[in-house]
Design a protein around this ligand. Sequence first.
Ligand SMILES: Cc1cc2nc3c(=O)[nH]c(=O)nc-3n(C[C@H](O)[C@H](O)[C@H](O)COP(=O)(O)OP(=O)(O)OC[C@H]3O[C@@H](n4cnc5c(N)ncnc54)[C@H](O)[C@@H]3O)c2cc1C
Length: 324
Amino acid sequence: MDIVIAGGGPAALECAIAARKYDPEAKIAIYSGESLLPYRRPALSGLLAAGKTVEEKSFFIKTPEFLAAENIAFHPDSRAVAVNGKVLELASGQTIAFDRLIIACGSNAVMPPIPGNGNKNVFTLRSYSDMLKIREILDKGIKNAVVIGGGVLGLEIAESLLSRQIAVNVFEAAPRLFANTSLSDGDAGALLGRLNSIPLLKIICGKSVKAILPDSVESADGTVYPAEIVIFAAGSRPDLTLAQSAGVKCNRGIVVDEYMRSSREDILAAGDSAEFNGRCFNLYMDAVAGGKVAGTNAAGGNMLFTAKFSPVRFFGLGEKLVLD
Ligand SMILES: Cc1cc2nc3c(=O)[nH]c(=O)nc-3n(C[C@H](O)[C@H](O)[C@H](O)COP(=O)(O)OP(=O)(O)OC[C@H]3O[C@@H](n4cnc5c(N)ncnc54)[C@H](O)[C@@H]3O)c2cc1C
């Protein structure tokens, strides 16, 4: 059995580990668009903080020795671009035949269509290489930043920037923080008050950014905020190119059933790429849980995905929030 996995994050890795557990004989190969072994993506925002460096042991999920011992082939810098019948095509032109394909390509950061979003001081944070690019600017000793998006990621980024004594304006377009969670309006207001009492931090709810200028942003009401760097933390969206080329059913993500199978019997999906019960996961533990199911079933199992969507957690800026 040839099990091919497109992706290179926690979902892809968990797929491979689970498939190996189910079938000691299967040929299992991961083709990743990144040059690094699968790592803990949530660590990236903290790596922007003053003095933070990568601690390999906690950053990488598994070692090369582990993958070798499990006989899992990991191919870095191997972006998949299309599925043609039972063949995966890579950007390099290489073609890989599969019996079962798992698409675990995660999602891409959303960049809203705001004038100036292509300026050289504008970034998103999704990958290790994004983090390095942002850190290069921060290391120049800048003084003012704007973060667009006041969810967990936006607040984590803000915390790292504050550790470098950078003044941060966070724009949240919704009228309050964590609007799509169980947090009540009253508690959201109290949270905003506490956060806005932190020196150098200003969270602006209910206001959007109209334009990004070379060293500032202009809000919808015409106010100008200084910004030597602008970082978008405005959500993420699965890249469906591969799945669409394979002809599988997609909505926001690749539609999967409770076995993590797509509409094509030989193609499964897991992690941020997958849409289960009308929702995309977008959380680390759900990527791992779905990966376990997809990997097992790709290898011939019949495991059911029973995990619930995880709550939203934010532990930072002096807060400990767990929100359904
Ligand atoms: C900065 C940051 C902080 C986060 N913090 C948290 C947190 O605190 N808690 C939490 O639960 N979640 C958090 N998340 C979300 C969490 O990291 C993701 O839900 C999780 O990584 C999803 O795993 P995945 O394997 O599906 O996708 P990803 O981790 O995104 O991995 C996808 C991989 O596939 C590769 N890829 C993409 N397209 C292709 C292709 N065509 N061919 C081959 N490879 C491809 C990508 O390069 C990437 O390596 C955070 C995310 C970010 C970016």
